[in-house]
Design a protein around this ligand. Structure first.
Ligand code: PRP
Ligand code: MG
Length: 184
């Protein structure tokens, strides 16, 4: 049995579902950017790493890959809306078609901040893709063009999502048992 088996309540999105959804999203993105001269994928550390790698390989148009690391001040749940750039882009995005890649949109703070920040650098377009979306993101009305799955407001881990830096490497998205985060 896998080491994490007893920590997971149930599988929310299986490995197969992730693979099929990634292919479907890639097909859509391929079509939408067919007439552009190269898409710039911007993945956000660390959560988006798995999806970024899978999406890039599922696309058939040429892409470049960039990464940013952002941090919000204080506890995420009581977040003030302030975001700090820990690692910025290494490249000029002027006149580029940018697609921000995320694992999950929760409060929408991260992406709404990026939507204000990136346009100041003169990209040709900025869109967003996220494998998962929490209900809060729908409430705040943040417009994520490509979404894989809407998931309930539960403690989900895997496929990039962590609890205390663990579980990111799980190949599926699962709900963490409350006993795991209530035991400390
Ligand atoms: C998580 C997740 C998203 C963000 C979503 O990242 O990967 O980037 O939170 O939440 P929001 O919509 O409320 O902004 P986190 O900052 O925890 O870091 P990580 O990617 O390194 O896990
Ligand atoms: Mg993240």
């Amino acid at each position: 049995a896998a080491w994490y088996e007893n920590d997971i309540d149930r599988v929310l999105v299986s490995e197969t579902e992730i693979r099929e959804k990634t292919a479907a999203l890639a097909k859509q993105i391929d079509a939408d950017y067919a007439n552009t001269d190269g898409l710039l994928l911007v993945g956000l550390f660390k959560g988006a790493v798995m999806f970024m790698a899978d999406l890039a390989r599922a696309l058939t148009i040429p892409v470049e890959m960039e990464f940013m690391a952002l941090s919000s001040y204080g506890q995420r749940v009581t977040s003030s809306g302030v975001v700090r750039v820990l690692k910025d882009l290494d490249t000029d995005i002027k006149d580029r078609d940018v697609l921000v890649v995320e694992d999950v949109v929760d409060s929408g703070l991260t992406l709404s901040w990026l939507l204000k920040y990136l346009p100041s650098r003169g990209p040709r377009s900025v869109e967003m893709v996220s494998m998962l979306r929490k209900p809060k993101a729908l409430e705040t009305g943040i417009n994520v063009k490509y979404v894989g799955f809407d998931v309930p407001d539960e403690f989900v881990v895997g496929y990039g999502l962590d609890y205390s830096e663990r579980y990111r490497e799980l190949p599926f998205v699962g709900v963490l048992k409350p006993s795991v985060y209530q035991s400390s």
